[in-house]
Ligand binder design. Structure first.
Ligand code: CA
Ligand code: CA
Length: 88
């Protein structure tokens, strides 16, 4: 599943574009390390936390944008939206 998600992230540009066009529906600023910027450091944090669940060592609560207790592709897409808005 992790490999599948990685492939989707690398190749799903159409889906990403669609999701990026939608208004943000979830909470979270995307600034996981609290340095005031949404940048590649935060991207690395959510990518490292991907597929963890609440209670896992690598789980980052701030990266669980939809609050379902899992850092899923939904959260990664949500981060992508915030990241794009902050870096254009
Ligand atoms: Ca940051
Ligand atoms: Ca989530």
């Amino acid at each position: 599943m992790k490999g599948f998600l990685g492939k989707v992230l690398l190749t799903g540009s159409a889906a990403t574009a669609f999701l990026l066009a939608a208004p943000s529906a979830f909470a979270g600023t995307g600034d996981y390390n609290g340095d005031g910027a949404v940048d590649d450091a935060d991207k690395q944090i959510i990518m490292d936390a991907r597929n963890t669940v609440a209670g896992d060592a690598g789980f980052v609560p701030a990266a669980d944008h939809d609050g379902d207790g899992v850092i899923s592709l939904i959260d990664v897409f949500e981060f992508a939206k915030v990241y794009k808005a902050a870096n254009q």
